[in-house]
Design a protein around this ligand. Structure first.
Ligand code: MG
Length: 190
């Protein structure tokens, strides 16, 4: 079986952003404690976070969506190497083309950073009443360290708009965790 460290090394060497240590450990913990076994992940990259989440419990089922062809191929191979094809359903598609009525315990938003509001609105009805939507990279720390370009400033603005959007929702409550690159934890107000 392939080791997680190999994936981490690959990501580092090939400049593929993967979830930070604190963030994935938080996800693993809440999946385990709350039995959040039905998971939708937006943005698979090389499959690292899906693999880590699937390894929490054999009952975990993940649908993960990625539009980048190169990433999908890497993710598919990694998922196979870990023998997790039965737990992880990898879909090569643009997220906005996905139509599903499935309900999830956890929706993990980790795809195009400028599109978070749209992702949230597209999938909010796929969240179970006691489920949670977690959004990654709220702080965009890595990006800001890397570049002060117009694009990165625009993404920071977009992420601030996303926070304002979350805070404006009356039927959802969000909290922000300053771990890793920042997490937003959003739950329905029941
Ligand atoms: Mg991320």
């Amino acid at each position: 079986m392939k080791k997680l460290e190999n994936l981490e090394k690959f990501a580092l060497e090939n400049y593929v952003p993967i979830i930070r240590k604190d963030n994935i450990e938080y996800l693993e913990k809440i999946i385990k404690e709350n039995k959040l076994y039905n998971i939708l992940e937006l943005g698979s990259a090389i499959g690292y976070s899906a693999i880590r989440m699937a390894l929490v419990d054999k009952n975990v089922r993940i649908t993960t969506i990625e539009r980048d062809f190169t990433m999908v191929n890497l993710a598919r191979k990694n998922i196979e190497d870990f023998g997790l094809e039965n737990q992880i359903n990898l879909i090569h598609e643009d997220i906005f083309n996905i139509k599903t009525t499935d309900k999830f315990d956890l929706i993990f938003i980790d795809a195009a950073k400028a599109q978070y509001i749209k992702f949230f609105n597209k999938f909010k009805n796929n969240l179970k009443d006691n489920g949670v939507i977690i959004s990654d990279n709220l702080e965009l720390l890595d990006l800001q360290k890397l570049t002060q370009s117009k694009r990165s400033k625009r993404l920071v603005e977009k992420m601030n708009e996303y926070k304002e959007f979350l805070n404006s929702l009356e039927d959802y409550k969000s909290e922000y965790l300053e771990i890793g690159d920042g997490f937003a934890i959003t739950k329905k107000v029941l």
